[in-house]
Write a protein that binds this ligand. Sequence first.
Ligand code: 7TS
Length: 404
Amino acid sequence: MLDVNKIRADFPILSQKVNGKALVYFDNGATSQKPQVVIDAISKYYQEINANIHRGVHTLSQLATDAYEISRGKLQNHINAKFPHEVLFTSGTTHGINLVANGFASILKPGDEILVSAMEHHSNIVPWQMLCEKTGAILRVIPMNLDGELIMSEYDKLLSEKTKIVTVNHISNALGTVNPIKYMIDKAHEAGAAILIDGAQAVPHLKPDVQELNCDFYVFSGHKICGPTGIGILYGKEAWLNKLPPYQGGGEMIKEVTFEKTTYAELPHKFEAGTPNIAGGIVLGTAVDYMNEVGFDNIQQQELELLEYGTKRLLEIEGLKIFGTAAAKTSVISFNIEGIHPYDIGTIIDKLGIAVRTGHHCAQPIMDFFKIPGTIRASFAFYNTTEEIDVMVEAIKKAKVMLS
Ligand code: 7TS
């Protein structure tokens, strides 16, 4: 069992007051809070070993390079990648998806098809639409049902020899649905297509095993797993990363440059042009260590309790409707109250110290599907408590009285 009070003491921001009230932070889907070890590791890097990596023979450069590569190894272990060079540092999920989509420009022909799901974040829609514009490929959408579950029989029908890549989130940011990605990966491969998994909302809750999943690409952001912003991971199978052209040209990604011809560096450097977010890369390793120390079994147990308790308490509010009622769900509750705009509730409960996200959550097609302008989203992390849910429920009741 998780000692939540002990865990909360690791996060200085959680004992802050916001608008004069104790902070209730339920916007973990947007970004997680950071434990003191992570905050300290950032200072330590700049205080003790700051230098550019992979270039100097001097001691600090070597220390920074070693720390960066040790962190890559931690991430490799964390997701069980076969090789460290299959783990690329990016600036985040968005960067990882754009890198892969850009690479596929050299593979796709007019009429080829890309499958996306109906419940994607914009960052897993727009890069593929841009790719379609560039190549003449066609975007097809895997539909979902009213519970917010992808319809697998429709997915099976959409897959064909025209399908070149499938791209789907592991967990939906707006609905909390956990998608059947193992099934989807196997089916994509049977059809001869590659598959990218957007793990941005999954990695805060579980440890993906990329070899067991057998996905071709798996992307996520560091800032949702207690790490800093501006750093993320793109896992790609070695064969795919060798096949794709580099995304950006520049220093560190070359083997040899002449004005006649340039040859590219081996993986992972081929995809890591320029000075990267060195501190971010190193500290992401610290963040992953922290999450593993807390333990994903403990995290899941705590979050399941929060999901069940939160769902029960919220449904006590008259006129409240939850969007995203999939059988397989994580600790995200998206809801609306009849006759009240989500922004109004969000604004009032913010005054009471409660941070939730309101709006379309960068997933407008989901809102269009449910014919709503947006939702109020409470997304819980392992450091949240049922008492905080009680505070939110009371605040929403107050807001409802004020607004009706
Ligand atoms: N994919 C999913 C499923 C996401 O939830 C997000 C961010 C992204 C991609 C993009 O990640 P980034 O780190 O590159 O920005 N989701 C959210 C959210 O739900 N609220 O704020 C950001």
